[in-house]
Design a protein around this ligand. Structure first.
Ligand code: NAD
Length: 493
C-alpha cells in the first residue's frame, strides 16, 4: 500500500445563503457517508423549502440590485481566475472531500478532477471578456441597431453524485462569468465539495448572494427549486427520468432549462484498430469512476474477426482488478457512490443473466480483510449479449460492460444508434475516411476516435435524443446563460 497523506479535518457543513454560513431553520442535519466503509464523515445541514426560499431570495436580490451583473466583465474575470488559483492551492483538501463523499480514487480526485475544475474557472473567466459582446447589424431602416448579451437572471443548478466537483463547476463557472446569480443544489449524498467551492469563491471576492448552496433532501429541494417563480433558469445534470419531470414542472413558470442526462454509449472497435490501444481505451471507457460516468462506453461493439480476442482481453483485464481503498493513492478502482447505486448494479447483473447474457468477468460484490464493508463491486463483463437486451438498452451507471459483435460498418452504426440515448460514442479504426464517416453517422453529442473520455473546458458536451439538450463547456454553453436584446436607435435627422 502506498503512503497515505494525513487527512484534513472535515467540519460540519452549513448552508451558504446571502454570503453567510447558516444552519437549517429547523436545525435538521444529515450525515454524509463514506461509501468505502459506511462510516459517517460529518453532518451537513438538511435544508427545508423555507431555507431554499431564502437562498432564492438572496440570489434574486443579488441579481436585481447587486454589483455582480453590473460589473465589468474584466472584474468578474478577476474573481473567477482567483478562484482557479484557490482551487489549486487547496487541491489536496478538495480531492479528499470528493473521495470520502463519493468513493472516487484520490489519485483521480486530486490528479484529474481538481485541475479540470480550476481550468474551468480560468477558461470561463477569460471567455467572459471575449464571448459576451453583442453585434452591430446592418438593417434596412435608418437606425443604428445592435444586440446586447445579458445574463438570464437567477440560475438553479442541480448536480448529480458522480462528479460532484466537476459537474458543479461546469455550471457555476459559465453562469457566474455571464453575470448570473446561482442557487446550487448538489446531490444529497455528495455535498462536501460544493460547500468548499462556495467558500473559495467567497474568498476570491464573489459578492454576497451571488452563489448560494443548499444541501439536504434532494427530491424535495430539487422540485422546489425547479418550481420556484423567482428562478429564471434551471441547469440540470442527472437521470433522464428526472430531467423529463423537470421539463414538465418548468413549463408552469416558463423557465429556461438545459439538461445533461443519461447515456448508453457505444464504443466501437473495428478489426483494423490498434488493438492494444483499443482494449486499453475500452477498459477505461467502461470502468473509469467504477463505471459511474454519464458518457461511459458501456456497450462495447466489436467487429467479428477480432471479437473473441477483444472480449477475452477485456474480461481478463477486468478479472484482474482488485478494488481498493479510494484514499490509497495507488487505487484506480474504488467503491460505488452510494447504497442505491450498489443495489441497482447488482439487480442489473441478475437481469443480464436472466436474459441469457454470459458473465465473462465479475458479477459480484467484493470484500476483503482490509475492506470488510464498503460498496465495492467487481468490474463486470457480459458477452453473448445482443443489443435488444435490457443490459444493452438501459443505463446501469456502474461497472458493467456489455460486449456485442457486429459484421459491417452499417450494422455498427445501426447498433450504436439503436437506443433512446445519444450522449457519446467511440470509434477505433486506422481508416481515416471511416473515422470521419462514423463521426457523422453516430447520433451522439460527442465522438471520440481512437481515444475515449477526453474532456476540456473548450469542448462542448451534451446529448442528442433522450440524453438532453443544451451544451455544457465551450463557448456554446454561454448561449444558455445569456439572453440577447435587440437595440434600435433612430438615426433620422
Ligand atoms: P439523479 O437524476 O438521481 O439526481 C440528480 C440531481 O437531481 C440530484 O441533485 C438530485 O438530488 C436531484 N433531484 C432528485 N429528484 C429531483 C426532482 N424531482 N427535481 C429536481 N431535482 C431532483 O441522478 P444521479 O443518480 O445523481 O446521477 C446519475 C445520472 O446522472 C445518470 O443518469 C447519469 O448519466 C447522469 N449524468 C449525466 C451527465 C451528463 O453530462 N449528461 C453527467 C453526469 C451524470
Amino acid at each position: 500500500m502506498t503512503e497515505t497523506p494525513a487527512p484534513p479535518v472535515v467540519g460540519p457543513g452549513r448552508l451558504f445563503i446571502a454570503g453567510s454560513w447558516t444552519d437549517a431553520r429547523d436545525g435538521r442535519t444529515q450525515a454524509t457517508v463514506n461509501p468505502a466503509d459506511g462510516s459517517r464523515t460529518t453532518d451537513v445541514a438538511a435544508a427545508s423549502v423555507q431555507d431554499l426560499d431564502a437562498a432564492v431570495e438572496a440570489a434574486r436580490r443579488a441579481f436585481d440590485e447587486g454589483p455582480w451583473p453590473r460589473m465589468s466583465v474584466h472584474d468578474r474575470a478577476k474573481v473567477l481566475i482567483r478562484a482557479a488559483e484557490l482551487i489549486e492551492r487547496d487541491a489536496q483538501e478538495i480531492g479528499y472531500l470528493e473521495t470520502v463523499d463519493m468513493g472516487k480514487p484520490i489519485s483521480f480526485s486530486v490528479g484529474h478532477d481538481v485541475p479540470i475544475a480550476a481550468q474551468m474557472y480560468r477558461y470561463f473567466g477569460g471567455l467572459a471578456t471575449s464571448e459576451l459582446g453583442g453585434a452591430t447589424r446592418p438593417t434596412a431602416t435608418p437606425t443604428f441597431s445592435y444586440t446586447l448579451r445579458e445574463p438570464v437572471g437567477v440560475v438553479g443548478a442541480i448536480t448529480p453524485f458522480n462528479f460532484p466537483l466537476l459537474l458543479s463547476c461546469s455550471k457555476l463557472a459559465p453562469a457566474l462569468a455571464a453575470g448570473n446569480t446561482v442557487v446550487h443544489k448538489p446531490a444529497e449524498t455528495t455535498p462536501l465539495s460544493a460547500l468548499k467551492i462556495a467558500a473559495l469563491l467567497a474568498e476570491a471576492g464573489l459578492p454576497e448572494g451571488v452563489l448560494n448552496v443548499v444541501t439536504g433532501p434532494g427530491t424535495e429541494l430539487g422540485r422546489a427549486l425547479v418550481a420556484h417563480p423567482k428562478v429564471d433558469k434551471v441547469t440540470f445534470t442527472g437521470s433522464t427520468a428526472i430531467g423529463q419531470s423537470i421539463v414538465r414542472s418548468a413549463a408552469d413558470t416558463l423557465k429556461k432549462v438545459t439538461l445533461e442526462l443519461g447515456g448508453k454509449s457505444a464504443n466501437i472497435v473495428f478489426a483494423d484498430a490498434y488493438l492494444d490501444q483499443a482494449v486499453e481505451d475500452a477498459f477505461w471507457a467502461g470502468f473509469f469512476n467504477s463505471g459511474q460516468v454519464c458518457v461511459a462506453g458501456s456497450r462495447l461493439l466489436v467487429q467479428r474477426p477480432v471479437y473473441d480476442e477483444v472480449a477475452g482481453r477485456i474480461a481478463e483485464r477486468a478479472a484482474g482488478v482488485v478494488p481498493g481503498d479510494p484514499l490509497d493513492p495507488g487505487t484506480y478502482f474504488g467503491p460505488l457512490g452510494h447504497e442505491g447505486q450498489f443495489r441497482k448494479v447488482a439487480e442489473y447483473v441478475e437481469v443480464g443473466l436472466a436474459d441469457g447474457a454470459e458473465l465473462a468477468a465479475g458479477g459480484s460484490a467484493y470484500h476483503s480483510e482490509q475492506q470488510p464493508k464498503g460498496l465495492y463491486y467487481r468490474p463486470t463483463v457480459f458477452t453473448g449479449a445482443d443489443n435488444t437486451m435490457r443490459i444493452a438498452q438501459e443505463e446501469i451507471f456502474g461497472p458493467v460492460l456489455t460486449v456485442i459483435p457486429f459484421d459491417t460498418e452499417e450494422e455498427a452504426v445501426a447498433l450504436a444508434n439503436g437506443t433512446p440515448y445519444g450522449l457519446a460514442s467511440g470509434v477505433h479504426t486506422r481508416d481515416v475516411k471511416r473515422a470521419h464517416r462514423m463521426a457523422r453517422a453516430l447520433k451522439a453529442g460527442t465522438c471520440w476516435v481512437n481515444t475515449y473520455t477526453q474532456f476540456d473546458s473548450s469542448m462542448p458536451m451534451g446529448g442528442y435524443k433522450s440524453s438532453g439538450y443544451g451544451r455544457e463547456l465551450g463557448p456554446e454553453t454561454m448561449e444558455s446563460y445569456t439572453q440577447t436584446k435587440s437595440v434600435w436607435i433612430d438615426q433620422r435627422d
